[in-house]
Design a protein around this ligand. Structure first.
Ligand code: FES
Ligand SMILES: [Fe+2]
Length: 437
């Protein structure tokens, strides 16, 4: 990658990426229109049931990162309540990473769990043993230990094996697909060429210092995707968490808007400019060299150049935020760390929110403190979003208004909600077609 890369050529019309003062983002996508948008998709339990099938059962879903499984036998589990599934992701002795439904094929006990059956876990083992009757399964899913051997009928015991799920990898990001008839498209087709090629060359695998946080809130999962698909709210909701916002004048705040953006197939991104550097407000921030947008110390490696798809026009970027359909965002923050947000539905008005922050490994206590300081600030801000969204859900559910006017700044939301409606409509049409046959 070169500094100040020119437009990343992947078939996107470059005129979509930026807008002049008199232009509107929304004009660039005439098929989306400018009408008010219905949020029925966020308040209806019937819609939620359709969405589970149409969107989550039939999409590639994020599972984790390949470097977490850096040795044979390393595994983690992932809860996909929206698909009624728990999944084991494990590196085998042949070095291949596989995914299996986390269920014992004898009598349905959840296979891998510790203390709390609904909580995820990670570890390393040679074999997975079921807690119920002691059957053991290899890292490739095949049965290796059959207890009470004489009691099984014919080959019903020796034939047992875990149910494998299609898993594919993109730049170390692991995705699984639980489509009932198998994936309709490869991960490459699902992501599209812009992303499939455009994140190459960035050392994701080196950012191994990982902090995760999970939280629940009483709002539809799309509420959080909406909130993080615009920067409009940030200066209002986060004035307390990011006190430097209080120090900025109106013009400086206005400059913190989206500078580059595009809807790319099902996905999309925006890039906002760099915040003023060194704007530490509290002594703790100054001492630990972290602000709301991340650690600010001189990093061990220059990561200020992000992948071509993350900065296609080569601007002086601050945050580059990518929503990958249906429910994750990958965000790069200057000067060099990234996060993954995940929005997992639990009901039409309940969700689990997961953050994974990835930094270069700290070289000393100061850098570690910088990471901790940043996480504390960042989580504080996330809690503000979460708290605020419970209020949004309550407001939407009042039924006072049937539709909602999205501003030009909210173009990503417009594209995202259209995708959701389109997926559910296509699924309903297919069901009707099958029923008519
Ligand atoms: S349910 Fe797993 S061994 Fe019986
Ligand atoms: Fe926010």
């Amino acid at each position: 990658m070169t500094k100040g890369a020119s437009i990343y050529a992947t078939g996107i019309d470059p005129s979509l990426l930026t807008k002049g003062q008199a232009e509107k983002w929304t004009d660039k996508y005439p098929h989306l229109g400018k009408d008010r948008v219905s949020y029925e998709n966020s308040i209806s339990s019937e819609f939620y049931e359709l969405e589970r099938e149409a969107v989550f059962r039939r999409s590639w879903l994020y599972a984790g990162r390949a470097e977490w499984l850096d040795q044979p036998g390393k595994y983690f589990t992932k809860e996909y309540e929206v698909c009624n599934a728990s999944v084991i992701v494990v590196r085998g002795n042949d070095d291949k990473i596989r995914a299996f439904y986390n269920v014992c094929p004898h009598r349905g006990n959840k296979l891998v769990w510790k203390d709390e059956p609904r909580e995820p876990m990670e570890g390393r083992c040679n074999r997975f043993y079921c807690k119920y009757h002691g059957l053991g399964f290899g890292l490739d899913g095949k049965i290796e230990v059959l207890t009470d051997k004489d009691s099984w009928f014919e080959d019903q015991g020796t034939e047992l094996g875990l149910a494998e799920i299609p898993l594919e990898t993109w730049n170390g990001f692991l995705f699984v697909n639980m489509s009932p008839e198998g994936p309709k498209e490869t991960l490459r087709e699902f992501l599209g060429e812009y992303y499939w090629n455009g994140f190459d060359g960035w050392p994701f695998e080196k950012l191994t210092e990982r902090f995760t946080a999970r939280g629940h809130t009483n709002c539809n999962w799309k509420g959080l995707m909406d909130a993080f698909n615009e920067v409009y709210h940030a200066v209002y909701v986060h004035r307390e968490a990011f006190p430097y916002l209080q120090k900025m004048d109106v013009d400086a705040l206005a400059a913190m808007r989206v500078e580059v953006a595009a809807l790319v197939g099902k996905h999309g991104f925006y890039i906002s400019p760099r915040n003023p550097q060194g704007l530490f407000v509290t002594d703790v921030e100054r001492i630990s060299q972290c602000a709301g947008t991340g650690p600010q110390y001189p990093m061990a490696e220059d990561l200020s150049e992000i992948p071509p798809a993350a900065n296609p026009t080569g601007i002086e970027w601050g945050t580059s935020s990518h929503f990958i359909f249906p429910n994750i965002q990958i965000q790069f923050y200057y000067p060099g760390w990234y996060l993954i947000y995940q929005y997992w539905p639990l009901a039409h008005n309940q969700m689990r929110f997961e953050i994974e922050c990835h930094y270069l490994p700290s070289r000393n206590f100061s850098e570690l403190m910088s990471h901790y300081g940043h996480i504390a600030t960042f989580w504080d801000a996330a809690l503000q979003d979460i708290n605020n969204l419970e209020a949004t859900q309550l407001g939407l559910e009042m039924g006072t208004f049937k539709s909602w006017p999205l501003t030009d700044e909210e173009i990503m939301l417009r594209g995202f909600h259209r995708q959701i409606y389109d997926h559910v409509d296509a699924y309903k049409a297919q069901k009707v077609g099958v029923a008519a046959q």
